[in-house]
Design a protein around this ligand. Sequence first.
Ligand code: NDP
Length: 242
Amino acid sequence: MTENSRPLVAVITGASSGIGEATARHLASAGYRVALLARRVDRLESLAAEIGDGAIAIEADVTDRDALVAAALRVQDELGGADVLVNNAGLMLLGPFGSEQKDDYKRMIDVNLLGAMTATEVFLDQLTANGAGDIINISSVAGRTAVAVNGVYAATKWGLNGWSEALRQQLKPAVRVTVVEPGAVATELPQHTTHEGMRQGIQQLYSTVEVTGDDIAEVITFAVTRPRHFAIHEVMARPSGE
Ligand code: NDP
């Protein structure tokens, strides 16, 4: 509950599948009202209906600032404002660096990096209003490492990490900023890869992964439910054998 006794509210981008969907369920179980954002609104509506308890589904592409502004207005009007923002929406479009993938690079930067920045900018007034906000930025092990085929994906996640640290220093202690860096998690993420050979390889690799969105959602829920004097800034969470 906030000081004025309304339930805490969590906004989750990319809540239509994978880590975002699991995070919505876990935060709702922990007592948060959840606002579910993504483009596939049919999935969001099913999830909101399943969760109940004031959960709302909002169709919003994180590359569309007007859609995010409209989402923020709904969260303010219908739920009283956001206390937690989980910047989770993301794309991992792997492939060797070159002109063939040039559209993928722009999409990843627009969604993974600029999308998180725009959502944060749009929700910032709500997150700071009560002096007790949380921003969770879903980065990746690729925010600390890089391999030949993930250069631009890694660049978006390294960028997210650098920006998060600056944001943490700017907003502390009123808003805590946490970076979560998962290793492989069994989700739809590899399915969107446009490079044919790469998609097959990465899907095969992911077919053996046992870590699920629920594992990462538990980390996020743990971080935001710590007492306000304590902040978890960074968590790298991988399959044990990775
Ligand atoms: P999923 O593909 O299952 O989920 C990605 C989510 O992002 C979907 O809900 C999708 O919703 C949303 N999304 C994509 N583009 C946009 C957009 N333009 N606007 C709004 N939402 C968008 O994959 P994950 O759950 O695995 O990915 C979630 C995050 O976790 C990503 O940031 C990813 O980089 C990160 N991550 C994942 C790892 C993994 O191994 N799975 C490892 C490390 C990090 P919709 O299509 O409906 O818009």
